[in-house]
Design a protein around this ligand. Structure first.
Ligand SMILES: [Zn+2]
Length: 401
């Protein structure tokens, strides 16, 4: 029997690694408690001191790189760097191609409101499709090239443009599972990216996979060499080590102050995190459940329990309600990859450790679910219904504010 944390809902089987102590409390909950004991004024001063070294005097050079998307903690990270730390950032984004109209709009609004330059990486679509198929077969993940691109493009840009400092938002190893203390001030590493973000596989290991992937398909996803990184002195810091990180409060502030727009996502009550992607909270999340036995809504629920905005029992109810909802828009993905639904399901079943069928009674009344969501502080009534002509990926989009 797996041990489950008495405080949140994670068990010790978490893919990032969770330890449950003798009192039955998990490492993630223990590290979360630091948020209420650390001297955040002192932590902030430390951050100011770190970034000071990287400020250019004449404002003609970029001080740092910030990886962004049309969702997640992008707005807040840029807000802190630009408005609070006085830095001149270069924004970078890796085009995942599964873009929703709202994601493109948010990204456009972000660079306009904060008056920032942005570089967008558009890897050729044929290579991305080949890689998505290869990782789907091998790892049960069509999303792997997105993660690989998002985590390496900022580093490659830092090396190529000689901008040493990269500023990220939250570190999941700290925020979710308590792998490190905030005080460890853990920074970006090649190793963490490979082991956790990329599921242990580097891009070059995919060459010759199923006769699909060639050398030229992966070169944009290869991490720069140690020599190149050292030459520029590239380092990546995480704001969550220096600020009392609270995504819900941050999103509410960014919505009010800078017009970040949200929508109801599939399979969760969180309306902020992944509104830019057709699949992250859909079929990608469904696969996460089949492989790991839990979906993203559990991450969201644990986070809200820890912030004291929902009880453990109510959180369980939300998790039960959302975990087994069918993902939408799968047809877009099958068409994009050029594979049949039946082949996709065949591959996923090979990687699934957990039941493919719904196991939980879905009779929990929607009304009480909406009440719970509102109680935490999320707006449960937001919705976007894409009509037929809008139901497609935006492969390139300049957006509007
Ligand atoms: Zn816990």
């Amino acid at each position: 029997m797996k041990k489950v944390c008495k405080s949140c809902l994670y068990n010790e089987d978490h893919p990032l690694g969770i330890i449950i102590n003798e009192e039955g409390i998990c490492s993630g909950c223990l590290i979360h408690k630091e948020k209420y004991t650390l001297d955040w004024k002192e932590r902030w001063n430390k951050l100011q001191k770190i970034v000071k070294e990287y400020k250019s005097n004449d404002k003609r050079n970029y001080d740092c790189i910030i990886p962004v998307t049309g969702a997640n903690d992008s707005y807040f990270t840029v807000y802190i760097a630009k408005e609070k730390l006085g830095l001149n950032p270069l924004l970078v984004t890796h085009n995942r191609y599964y873009n929703t109209p709202l994601g493109i709009r948010n990204l456009s609004n972000l660079r306009i409101k904060f008056n920032c330059d942005i570089i967008i990486q558009n890897i050729n679509i044929n290579s991305i499709k080949k890689l998505s198929k290869a990782t789907l077969y091998r790892l049960g993940s069509f999303h792997w090239p997105v993660i690989a691109g998002q985590t390496v493009f900022p580093v490659r840009t830092a090396v190529n443009h000689r901008i040493p400092l990269i500023i990220w938002g939250a570190h999941q190893g700290v925020e979710q599972v308590g792998m490190f203390s905030h005080l460890h001030e853990v920074e970006m590493t090649r190793r963490y990216r490979k082991d956790h973000d990329l599921m242990g596989i580097e891009a070059n290991q995919l060459v010759n996979s199923f006769d699909l992937v060639k050398e030229e398909d992966v070169h944009q996803l290869i991490y720069p060499s140690e020599v190149d990184i050292e030459k520029v002195g590239v380092r990546g810091i995480y704001l969550s080590n220096y600020l009392k990180w609270d995504p819900l409060q941050q999103h509410i502030l960014m919505t009010k102050k800078y017009g970040y727009k949200t929508a109801k996502c599939q399979r969760t009550f969180d309306v902020y995190d992944h509104v830019d992607c057709w699949h992250f909270m859909g079929i990608h999340d469904h696969i996460k459940y089949l492989k790991n036995g839990y979906s993203k809504v559990l991450d969201h629920a644990c986070r809200e329990i820890r912030h004291g905005r929902i009880s453990r029992n109510h959180a369980l109810k939300l998790v039960d309600f959302y975990t087994h909802q069918d993902p939408k828009y799968n047809d877009l993905l099958f068409e994009w990859l050029g594979i049949k639904k039946s082949s996709f399901e065949y591959v996923i079943k090979k990687h699934a450790k957990y039941g493919y069928e719904n196991k939980i009674d879905l009779n929990t009344p929607e009304l009480s679910i909406n009440t719970l969501i509102k109680k935490i502080g999320f707006n449960s009534s937001l919705n976007i219904n894409y009509d037929k002509k809008d139901k497609k990926y935006i492969l390139f989009g300049k957006g509007y504010p």
